[in-house]
Design a binder for this molecule. Sequence first.
Ligand SMILES: [Zn+2]
Length: 413
Amino acid sequence: MIAINSERLKRSLEEMGEIGLNDPGAGRTRLTLSQEDREGRNLFVRWLEEAGLQVCLDPVGNIWGIRQGRDMKAKPVMAGSHLDTVKNAGMFDGALGVLAALEVIRTLNDHGIRTEKPLAVAAFTNEEGARFQPDMMGSMFAAGLLDLERALGSMDDDHVTVGMALEETGYSGNDRLEASAYLELHVEQGPVLHREGMDIGIVQGIQGIAWWYGTYKGEANHAGTTPLEYRKDSLLAAAELCCELRKLAEELGNDTRSTVGRLHPLPDVVNVIPAETWFTIDFRQYDKKLFESGKEKVESLVAKIAEKHGLDFQLEQRVDALPIRFPLSMVHLVERVARKSGCSYMNLPSGAGHDAQFMHRLCPTAMIFVPSIGGRSHCPEESTDWKDVDRGADVLLKSMLELAGLVYEGTGV
Ligand SMILES: [Zn+2]
């Protein structure tokens, strides 16, 4: 039986994980198109070239490498994920999907195995959305759901645009990403698989995700001399919004999630009533209808609270990723492979967004999860057992082979 090289995959993950490493114990930070992200991309491209792949680059900086199949005209069976991270991230989120796909190619090279369709390994730009919005930018663009102009114009907190950062890092190209199928291996980032003692999670679909950036605008005034009834306190309104959004999620039920992750009062002074408070909202729901009606409720809540406090407000929706279900044929294919490999597995939805959410709009797509120890993610403590990494990469290998079709079985199959 052909098997991936576990040691080589581990070494690659560790080497990528060294890039952007902060103080001991603080994890790594490779924000999209930063110097650290550029270093990660350089390493990835070197590895693609060493594996003999044709390296491609599109106008938003998505990178992929193609290994030719016998059928030169067929679109590739693609696997991948992202190399950008949040601040102080773990080693596995994103990098696992990219480097396991690379390991699949390296393994096929080792064994001299040819496939009917070409294979491709992809790293998408700005999946995390920690620096630029929308998140999942690269896959959204590849799927034709985001205009190039809007992507390139997206600006970070320091007024640097994606376009400027692409120019600076040299990661803009003119290739067009195509795929006949897409697979993404990822850490679960939740506690279910670890708790249930399962080897593999087969993802049925992904929650809808909506993000807003908003501002409540009131009046700065003296904290001692301004009677309560004369105040236009933007932070008080934002605080109420935090509580009301939580209540809304509870009322909607069905695992609705709502989060205010960022909150900046201005002028941010101890004895001044905050004139302006800037906030973000993250809202998620798996059911399409509930997602749509929930988004309307979020927006009317923001307006209602502004009115109650006598404030002006601005609200801009930055992300609107609809809930999706992966095709059953793809889910069943991964199930079959997992069963044959002797893995225990279960079906589950994904609470986090992934590039697969948009690649699904381009071609038949599936996702494979491996357990996150203690369900921790987006933090330095994020961890996955190396045995699970192996099993996930093995299921990815065999699923890719099923989709691409074997031509020459080389040695060792
Ligand atoms: Zn990820």
